[in-house]
Design a protein around this ligand. Structure first.
Ligand code: DGT
Ligand code: CA
Ligand code: CA
Ligand code: ZN
Length: 569
């Protein structure tokens, strides 16, 4: 599964070409990278079928490069470019707030090639002398360097997903495997995973272990035993596999799905009822008699609990709720009728409004909401008051060409001073207004909370976009007093976004749970910048489930007329 690797190389090529002042090509590489990143299928399968050029944005030249990389594991063109620029882009790119333009300037003026060089330049206070940089930028960059050095390496759920699917498919097809499931944090729907954990039932464990340790992407076998092995894939992801008996499959699943905190509480409860619970089964304390262990449902039932869905197993009150039969009836992807927060070529998306709407229709959704960027966000072509008319006109035309409801709207910047760059009167002309923080993100919690809340108080907005503004493995959340933000959103009937864009995943599940406990409501979005991104809303469904949400809590699951009512300003 090389989708992530290929996309990353194409992104890096785009950055290098931009550094070299090459025109057009960077955009083309970026567009292809975006499309490949969001494929739901293994790019190697597409290549084997000879269909690389059918990926949107992948033309003959890029397809040839991708093919070369897949065939040989190398891309001389990229290596050559890297030598030409002499900059360690991959390293510098990890620093939040450092984009291609700044990297270029730092190299031209101060000969900064890597993080070490940047640190030295900052220590000599040379960076603050550059145009567009200042004392504050130096401080931010130093914090960024610190962030890169200490950040834990966790894999995005979305990059693990195709790997999980492909392993399950392959192994379930072997005649010597009776059952195969994924457990661990992945099964709990976490936004990132430390490693993957699989469980299999087989009468021939040695065969299973052989297949597992010789899978095509294995780079290193970390441990190999008769029932337990660990491997590391070439992309760095670790995978653990255990083979167990049919009789203990449920208890082993329960143990390896976790979380550890949930397990600890469940064992305490078992003890209070005269049982011991382990990965091998549920036994009586007295006499060690086997009670059950084949399925998880039987275990929960024996303990007097409702079945607890894996996403809830974080020891956030789920066991007490299950005892009282008060667990939520969690939403699932099929309950979602449409998607908010989608971009088109009117701002920084790569597909037209029509293409996006047609794709949503193809996905059997009932509505799509367009929310192109409005305001001074760091992109080349945001919507302006002047362009708004043409944009709305175009949306009107799209409405006539598709059979689904098309909501008009913007994603508008929450400015530094707690205002929006468009008056309330104009906002009222739009169906869906999403307000989000993008710029000036370094503020104290007091200032930032005031900024965000003042917009919610003063303007007719519908959704607070990616509330924490974190980017996974890249940028920490902004400082916010979330309880105050949630209370304000509730008071003004503003929906909190659950943004399913793989590296955002914002609000995360634990915050969704807190907001829900305060009585807030939510809107699922894909933050799609291309048709391939539309299915990302289902990643948001994971977070909604981790946040205990039911259909009534999520705007996307209501009927169209109820949604329209809720959006009235
Ligand atoms: P990750 O891999 O960091 O994203 O998180 P998990 O939850 O997948 O953790 P992992 O892979 O270390 O272990 C898988 C599951 O095994 C974990 O969720 C619960 C169980 N487990 C692991 N270590 C312990 C332990 O020391 N005690 C208990 N009760 N359970 C454990
Ligand atoms: Ca794990
Ligand atoms: Ca593990
Ligand atoms: Zn945004």
């Amino acid at each position: 599964m090389k989708n992530g690797e290929v996309a990353k190389i194409l992104y890096n090529i785009a950055d290098i070409l931009e550094l070299q002042n090459v025109q057009w090509k960077p955009q083309a590489y970026r567009k292809a990278a975006q499309a490949i990143e969001s494929l739901s299928e293994d790019i190697e399968d597409i290549w084997q079928r000879g269909e690389l050029e059918e990926i949107p944005g992948v033309g003959e030249h890029i397809a040839a490069k991708v093919e070369e990389f897949l065939k040989t594991g190398k891309l001389p063109y990229y290596e050559k470019l890297k030598k030409e620029v002499k900059i360690n882009l991959e390293e510098l790119n990890q620093i939040p707030s450092l984009g291609p333009k700044k990297i270029k300037l730092l190299y031209r003026k101060l000969n900064v090639k890597d993080i070490k060089g940047l640190e030295e330049a900052i220590q000599k206070h040379n960076v603050q002398k550059l145009a567009g940089f200042g004392e504050k930028t130096e401080k931010t960059l130093l914090e960024g360097i610190q962030f890169v050095k200490t950040k834990p390496q966790r894999f995005l759920y979305v990059s693990a997903l195709p790997i999980v699917n492909s392993i399950l498919k392959t192994f379930r097809a072997y005649p010597f495997i009776h059952q195969m499931e994924v457990a661990g944090s992945f099964r709990r729907g976490k936004e990132t995973v430390g490693d993957l954990d699989f469980l299999a039932v087989s009468a021939q464990p040695e065969k299973v272990m052989h297949q597992f340790t010789t899978m095509k992407d294995v780079k290193e076998v970390l441990a190999k035993g008769t029932t337990k092995s660990s491997v590391r894939l070439s992309n760095g992801l670790q995978i653990d596999l255990r083979v167990v008996n049919d009789k203990e499959f449920g208890s082993a699943m329960n143990y390896f799905i976790g979380s550890k905190e949930h397990n600890v509480e469940l064992r305490k409860l078992a003890l209070s009822k005269g049982y011991t619970l382990s990965e091998y089964g549920l036994f009586t304390v007295k006499g060690k008699k086997w009670i059950t262990g084949k399925t998880e449902s039987e275990i929960y039932q024996k303990l007097g609990l409702q079945f607890i869905e894996p996403e809830l197993r974080e020891n956030h009150g789920e066991i007490a709720a299950a005892q009282k039969k008060k667990l939520p009836d969690l939403i699932s992807s099929k309950d979602v009728h449409g998607i908010f927060h989608n971009h088109s070529t009117w701002s920084d998306g790569s597909n037209s409004l029509l293409e996006m709407a047609q794709k949503a229709e193809e996905l059997e959704l009932k509505f799509i909401s367009f929310n192109d960027h409005f305001g001074p966000v760091g992109i080349t072509k945001p919507l302006t008051e002047k362009r708004l008319t043409g944009y709305l006109h175009e949306i009107e035309k799209v409405r006539k060409k598709v059979g689904i409801r098309v909501f008009s709207g913007v994603e508008i910047d929450i400015l530094k001073d707690g205002t929006l760059p468009l008056p309330a009167k104009r906002l009222k002309e739009l169906d869906v207004v999403i307000a989000s923080v993008h710029l000036a993100t370094k503020m104290s919690a007091v200032e930032m909370t005031k900024r965000v809340c003042s917009v919610m108080e003063k303007y007719p907005i519908d959704i607070l976009g990616h509330p924490t503004d974190r980017v996974l493995n890249e940028r920490p959340p902004i400082n916010l007093n979330l309880d105050v933000v949630f209370e304000t959103a509730k008071k003004h009937n503003i929906f909190l976004e659950i943004n399913g864009s793989p590296s955002r995943m914002d609000l995360p599940g634990e915050h969704v749970k807190n907001a829900r406990d305060l009585g807030c409501q939510f809107a699922l979005s894909a933050d799609a910048h291309a048709i391939g991104h539309l299915p990302y809303y289902s990643l948001g469904v994971n977070m909604a489930r981790r946040g205990w949400l039911e259909k009534k809590d999520v705007l996307n699951c209501w009927t169209l007329s109820k949604i329209e009512n809720a959006l009235k300003k």
